[in-house]
Design a protein around this ligand. Structure first.
Ligand SMILES: NC(=O)c1ccc[n+]([C@@H]2O[C@H](COP(=O)([O-])OP(=O)(O)OC[C@H]3O[C@@H](n4cnc5c(N)ncnc54)[C@H](O)[C@@H]3O)[C@@H](O)[C@H]2O)c1
Ligand SMILES: [Zn+2]
Length: 370
């Protein structure tokens, strides 16, 4: 079966995202088509290395590549200065040169970390993304945002560095824990909720098939990638409409921070699911959107097995004040007003620059005591 292809149009930095089964085994030939060098640094995490590294190495070798493996611990804590330094050192030690490339094989954590390493090692090297989580295939591997976390917050250290090629091998999703698949699905639903009500309707009708695998899954990934590609092509550096991709994310990041980035309580995609519902409910509370649309968003995410309320997070209850503290630290605060992505209904997200922190406080107080 030939792969589906989405082109990210960015002038001379344009690139293809290929989506489909069997792409790991074709990686060598596909990468040889886009880079001149014959040496690759493969950054991956322990889980993915055990499951998917071998077939990639075989394919690279067959295409004449020399490959150096760099394996980091799995999990968000690898998006750190310490791991960044290790990865950059390993790239330099392996004498991977300009013209050669860095391959990110894994989820969004590996993609963000390896991407940042590729952007700074030798002042910038080619980056090939091979995303292995649904979240990374539909969202983080496309668009060029890379980064690590700082003690001041998530993703605060980073760079824009577009990949040269993205290979989304949908077979790799078969080994993904169901919880991680559902988490990635939140970003699929996000794409539809932001700007494509027909896509959302199609998701409502096909959710079970997407979870089961097969052609609907590939179609859902392709539609999400195409949506992201269009958005990024229109506003690569997020001076305007790319910010819409943050729908649900101001709330999500506050929830993640309040849980101390503890993956046993909440992973990013789960936080996004709750954040999406909160963004819709807040929009309804502000008389911007019909309640029926918020209900649709909630029902759909819930049917996917995702948490949809703050109270769905187990452990110590989260307080409105604490969440507001994290939101206020967010970079989108201007002269005492907050910038949120809000919605007028399914597929109609917009940038609201003038949200009153007081209204958000009242809203969150209702949500945390409900
Ligand atoms: N750069 C961007 O534009 C962007 C966009 C969205 C999210 N992100 C970032 O992405 C990160 C989240 O990414 P994620 O959800 O992919 O998390 P992740 O990379 O931590 O992967 C989740 C878990 O799945 C495991 N895993 C990965 N692929 C697997 C496979 N095929 N089979 C079995 N296990 C597998 C990983 O080892 C990990 O334990 C966050 O740090 C977030 O900030 C970045
Ligand atoms: Zn996200």
């Amino acid at each position: 079966m030939s792969a589906e292809r989405v082109r990210v149009e960015l002038g001379e930095r344009s690139y293809d995202v290929l989506i489909g089964p069997g792409l790991l085994a074709q990686a060598g030939g596909r990468i040889a088509d886009v880079i001149s060098g014959r040496c690759l640094a493969i950054v991956t995490d322990e889980n993915v290395a055990a499951l998917h590294l071998q077939p990639l190495l075989v394919s690279l070798k067959a295409a004449g590549f020399k490959a150096k493996e760099i394996v980091v611990p799995a999990g968000e804590s690898s998006k750190s200065f310490g791991q960044l330094q290790k990865v950059v050192d390993a790239i330099l030690e392996a004498r991977v040169e300009r013209g050669d490339g860095v391959v990110a094989l894994g989820g969004g954590v590996v993609g963000d970390l390896a991407g940042l390493a590729a952007s700074i090692a030798r002042r910038g090297m080619a980056l090939i993304q091979i995303p292995t989580t649904l979240l990374a295939q539909v969202d983080s591997s496309v668009g060029g945002k890379t980064g690590i976390n700082s003690r001041f917050g998530k993703n605060l250290v980073g760079a824009f560095h577009q990949p040269t090629l993205v290979l989304a091998d949908t077979d790799t999703l078969d080994t993904l824990p169901p919880r991680e698949f559902a988490a990635g699905y939140a970003e699929v639903a996000k794409a539809a909720l932001i700007g494509d009500s027909d896509f959302f309707e199609w998701l409502e009708a096909n959710e079970e098939k997407i979870f089961a695998g097969g052609s609907e899954r590939i179609r859902a990934i392709k539609k999400s990638v195409a949506f992201k590609a269009r958005t990024v092509a229109a506003d690569e550096r997020e001076t305007g409409e790319r910010a819409l991709l943050n729908l649900g994310h101001t709330f999500a990041h506050a929830l993640e921070a309040a849980c101390g980035f503890d993956a046993t309580r909440l992973v990013h995609g789960e936080a996004v699911a709750i954040g999406l519902v909160l963004a819709h409910d807040f929009s309804v509370a502000e008389d911007l959107a019909p309640a029926a649309d918020a209900d649709r968003a909630r029902a759909h995410l819930k049917a996917a097995g995702l948490p949809v309320r703050i109270a769905d997070i187990h452990g110590q209850p989260l307080s409105a004040e604490e969440l507001l503290g994290h939101i206020a630290q967010d970079k989108k605060v201007k002269r005492g007003r907050l910038t949120f992505i809000l919605t007028r209904g399914v597929g109609k997200a917009f940038i609201a620059n003038d949200v009153s922190p007081e209204r958000v406080r009242e809203f969150l107080q209702r949500q945390t005591t409900a």
